[in-house]
Design a protein around this ligand. Structure first.
Ligand code: AMP
Length: 401
């Protein structure tokens, strides 16, 4: 079966077409600046050059129509007509407490996701627009929702309840949800495959270190804790997000700097993290260059980032009473040799020993721990789209039984 995967943002949209017979990527693309000047679709049939088409598109529906046109294009397309697409898998950020796994999208699901808009005001609305557009343009094709929060729904209450009056959880659903779940799930499954072990026998810490970053503790294939919380702001220091801070700082800065709530929120989300500490960049390549040139704040930002990752690794080893594998994924985790070195440095007493030669790998699967390391350190490029396509296939196969 061929599956279309859609990841719809507010003004952009990523897509892939996969042939699930062999899990082969057939085509992928990106639509940018939807509803703005200079909107453009870049489509790539795997094995051919990318094609770029700058054309106005007012809405997500127009954007998706262009995606469908690209997919069936006689030269650059990968299907003869849309009936070859057996299902569409949609990435949706927030499903609240409602869904612990992916689901076939129907009116009840749409309503549940609309109720989660309050919890993810930047993400769920465009995700829903993408679903609505596909439903309109492909009315007979089943649609599946795959949620960033779902994998973390297995966390026990002691991991997700905040120590604030309990009524806020009951009234306003304030609890820890966690994000990047599709990525944590994918890389933990791959880690078990690479180790030739059963996932049910393993304790794994997955470090998704990208511009957004989170760590998860996965025991026997089940997430028991993760560093992001009610929103993606909690946890690790990130490119531009502050991660864990004393909540009293928020009211204190607002008073000292005379900031309204929206501005304070923006500062913590877009002007903090390693960008905030260094004043240089949120991009680790820039930071490392500046650090090498002697920029002390860039050096400090790198150390603070690594410190926090180590802090969570230590915490999760305690929570799981041990660890068999630590996985690095996403932009920084997959590519940043120096950062992995700092994070794993001097953890030998915990059985974690990085191989400095194997660690020189970038962007491909590899075990990068020493042969005498009790804990395997594994580099795994994430593949959220494949995970979405797999879940979609599973659900659609169930329909045909
Ligand atoms: P992501 O959000 O997963 O796309 O990751 C984006 C982050 O990965 C950015 O902060 C990039 O600086 C970082 N990144 C990508 N390539 C490298 C690299 N070669 N070295 C260090 N950081 C990198």
């Amino acid at each position: 079966m061929k599956i279309l995967v859609i990841n719809c943002g507010s003004s952009s949209l990523k897509y892939q077409v996969l042939d699930m017979n062999g899990e082969i990527l057939l085509a992928k693309g990106l639509v940018e600046r939807i509803g703005m000047d200079g909107s453009v679709i870049t489509h790539e049939k795997i094995g051919m050059d990318k094609v770029r088409n700058e054309t106005p598109m007012e809405s997500h529906k127009e954007a998706i129509q262009l995606v469908l046109d690209a997919i069936i294009d006689p030269e650059h397309g990968v299907v003869k007509d849309m009936s070859e697409i057996g299902a569409v898998g949609h990435r949706v950020v927030h499903a609240g407490e409602k869904y612990a796994s992916s689901v076939l999208i129907d009116d009840d699901v749409i309503q549940a996701l609309e109720e989660c808009v309050e919890l993810a005001p930047l993400h769920n609305p465009p995700n829903l627009l993408g679903i609505a557009a596909c439903q309109e343009l492909m009315p007979n094709t089943p649609m599946v929702g795959v949620f960033d929060t779902a994998f973390h729904q297995t966390m026990p209450p002691e991991s997700y309840i905040y120590a604030i009056p309990y009524e806020y959880y009951q009234k306003h659903k304030i609890r820890r949800y966690g994000f990047h779940g599709t990525s944590h799930k994918y890389v933990s499954q791959r880690a078990a495959d690479i180790m030739n072990c059963n996932l049910d026998d393993l304790k794994i810490i997955t470090c998704h270190l990208g511009n957004g970053a989170s760590v998860s503790a996965i025991k026997r294939g089940v997430c028991i804790d993760t560093s992001m919380g009610f929103t993606p702001l909690e946890g690790l220091v990130m490119g531009t997000r502050c991660g864990d801070i004393d909540p009293a700082i928020v009211t204190y800065i607002r008073e000292k700097e005379h900031l309204d709530q929206g501005v304070a929120n923006e500062i913590l989300n877009t002007k903090s993290g390693v960008l905030g500490i260094s004043g240089v960049s949120s991009d680790f390549r820039d930071l490392e260059e500046a650090a090498e040139e002697g920029n002390e704040r860039a050096q400090l930002a790198i150390k603070v980032f690594a410190h926090k990752v180590r802090f969570y690794i230590g915490a999760y080893i305690a929570e799981m009473n041990g660890v068999d594998a630590i996985v690095f994924t996403a932009g920084v985790g997959e590519n940043d040799i120096a950062m992995r070195d700092i994070i794993c440095n001097d953890l030998g007493n915990l059985g974690i020993k990085l191989d400095l030669v194997k660690n020189k790998t970038r962007g491909k699967e590899a075990i990068i721990s020493r042969d005498d390391s009790r804990v395997k350190i594994i580099l795994i490029p994430t593949d959220e789209e494949l995970m979405i396509a797999r879940d979609t296939l599973e659900i659609v196969k169930g329909l045909n039984k």
